[in-house]
Design a protein around this ligand. Structure first.
Ligand code: DOR
Ligand code: ZN
Length: 341
């Protein structure tokens, strides 16, 4: 048995920088033609020139014989003004601006504490049609970590959508039924869904021992939320699309007193998504989710190349080297039911 698909894209990806690119870029380019590349480097990517320079470093890491088109993003800081939005919107290489609530996740300290401060920037994005890509969690310490996404919808995203109803928004890596319902109620919005949030729920991370390699943000939720994500991803709705949020961290940084958030999923993400869709009897919806919906949302042409997935097992290696740092792969050391031809 085999499945042919239009070559997919990854609409939310962390490639990191420097020596890591020699591993992360081929690991993604193997399956995906394009990826929306996250700007949470140190220092963050805050100018069009910096985004283009980062893009050039990524392109330099694409092996001969592979093609890959990195779609760049800027990091929204309180200083990113409307002039930069105009420049970004007219650049062929910048496709969105990422909102990190300050302190929400890895390298988010330069993010935005209050949206009021960046209203002129968001208005310029509304005018130019440049999408806002949102890490949707409040950072208020009094809010339980499992509730931070749902509270963000009430406190921040709902009011923002009322204020700027034509702002193009992608709610990234959604993890709750609340977000699925919110997106469905706002037909102009898009949302990405990671493969780890489709496979795992919080018991997998916390019951019978703590598994730091499943720790990501937004954190895994209870199974009813995972079920709602599976339903949304496999539903055929054009609002939901593939975004791995593949985010490598060295093993030492994950297995620590204060471990980093992120799962390295890129190398076998497509095969793992296929397993999820197959388990639902929805393999016929994989192409829309992986190859069509994101491109349509971003107003880009769909890919024309075809890839083939074979229904034969692949072994996911336990680790990968990023420079001299070892990183664990999601489900490393086990098999996945599909392989890329
Ligand atoms: O788990 C995560 N890792 N979530 C994020 O939002 C950021 C990412 C990273 O950059 O490591
Ligand atoms: Zn991310």
């Amino acid at each position: 048995m085999q499945l042919t698909l239009t070559r997919p894209d990854d609409w939310h990806l962390h490639l990191r920088d420097g020596v890591a690119l020699a591993t992360t870029v081929p690991d993604t380019a193997r399956s995906f033609h394009r990826a929306i590349v996250m700007p949470n480097l140190r220092p963050p990517v805050v100018t069009v020139d910096a985004a283009i320079a980062y893009r050039d470093r990524i392109l330099a890491a694409v092996p001969n014989g592979m093609t890959f088109d990195p779609l760049m993003t800027l990091y929204l800081t309180p200083d990113l003004g409307p002039e930069i939005i105009k420049e970004a919107a007219s650049s062929e290489h910048v496709h969105g601006v990422k909102l990190y609530p300050q302190g929400a996740t890895t390298n988010s300290d330069a993010g935005v504490a209050s949206l009021d401060r960046v209203m002129p920037t968001l208005e310029a994005m509304t005018d130019t049609g440049l999408p806002l890509l949102i890490h949707g969690e409040v950072t208020d310490r009094s809010i339980d970590i499992f509730d931070r996404e749902a509270v963000f919808l009430d406190r921040t995203l709902g009011p923002l959508m009322q204020r700027l109803p034509s702002l193009k928004v992608v709610l990234e890596h959604i993890t709750t039924k609340d977000s699925v319902d919110f997106v469905k109620a706002n037909p102009g919005m898009g949302a990405t869904i990671t493969v780890h949030h489709l496979i795992y729920e919080r018991n997998d991370m916390l019951a019978g021992g703590i598994r730091p390699h499943l720790y990501c943000l937004p954190i895994l939720k209870r199974s009813l939320h995972r079920d709602a994500l599976i339903e949304a991803a496999t539903s055929g709705s054009p609002q939901f699309f593939l975004g791995t949020d593949s985010a490598p961290h060295a093993i030492d940084d994950k297995e620590s007193d204060c471990g980093c958030a992120g799962c390295y999923t890129a190398p076998f993400a497509l095969e793992l998504y296929a397993e999820v869709f197959e388990a639902q009897g929805k393999l016929d919806q994989l192409e829309a989710f992986a190859s069509f919906n994101g491109a349509d949302f971003y107003g880009l042409a769909r890919n024309t190349e075809i890839i083939t997935l074979l229904r034969t097992e692949s072994l996911i290696p336990l680790t990968r080297l990023l420079g001299d740092k070892e990183v664990k792969l999601l489900r490393g050391g086990s098999t996945v039911a599909w392989s890329l031809a």
